[in-house]
Design a protein around this ligand. Structure first.
Ligand code: 0O2
Length: 204
């Protein structure tokens, strides 16, 4: 954690780091329980981060919320966030089923933006977890796991750049092209899953 973030999170910083490590370790254990063979492993990569204080304050400011760690811990879900990037769509649901069964947390909500993509084309499965906290009278905090395929991840990274770029001339065209790419990538993800299923179910 950067020094400025340590200062902002204060007495909560160490516990947040503990939760980050817990999430990282538990999700990695789940991934390894499916396969550790690089050819069949479900995830291409796993990341877990604590939201930087500047980005957190900006989110609180936009939502007209109090810019304090206490308020954020009680009202936001992504101070600690993990991202699992998988090869195939089916892996997302295999992994999320196992995440639901873990005794390290309670799954509070699942937002399936793959079954129901956002209007801009954003696709991912978001899981909101309630994790024991126990510092400063806060018993539990919500954390978020985002799960998406490599194609969805590539798309989300590019679209995220659009959000933070202030001066773009062709915004309408870019938004339209991004939506088209999201739909094409979703179609390819489905085809790849079908081919994978055919390879594995067709053997005799
Ligand atoms: P950043 O900059 O990535 O941290 P809610 O909690 O339901 O009130 P919220 O917080 O928007 O609403 O939840 P949602 O929709 O589940 O989104 C949470 C996070 O998912 C976002 O965090 C993004 O990381 C990602 N996300 C959601 N929609 C999009 C999208 O359209 N494009 C991209 N690239 N990412 C998206 P932040 O804090 O908004 O953004």
């Amino acid at each position: 954690m950067k020094q400025e973030d340590k200062i902002f999170y204060g007495k909560y910083a160490d516990k947040l780091e503990e939760i980050r490590v817990l999430m990282m370790t538990e999700i990695q254990t789940i991934l390894d329980s499916i396969s550790t063979d690089p050819e069949t492993a479900p995830a291409e990569h796993l990341k877990c981060r604590i939201k930087g204080s500047e980005s957190l304050k900006e989110k609180l400011r936009k939502k007209n919320m109090e810019q304090t760690p206490e308020y954020a811990l009680k009202n936001l879900s992504d101070i600690v966030g993990a991202r699992v990037v998988t090869h195939f769509i089916g892996d997302i649901y295999t992994v999320s089923d196992l995440i639901e069964k873990s005794d390290k947390w309670q799954v509070r909500k699942i937002k399936d933006y793959i079954a129901a993509p956002k209007p801009n084309g954003y696709r991912s499965l978001h899981m909101i977890l309630s994790v024991p906290f126990g510092v400063g009278g806060i018993d539990y905090v919500n954390t978020e796991i985002q799960m998406r395929t490599i194609a969805m991840d590539c798309w989300a990274s590019l679209e995220h750049q659009l959000k933070y770029k202030k001066t773009i001339r062709n915004t309408a065209l870019i938004v339209e092209e991004l939506k088209r790419c999201a739909d094409e990538m979703a179609s390819t993800d489905l085809s790849m899953q079908t081919i994978k299923d055919m390879i594995h179910n067709d053997s005799f």
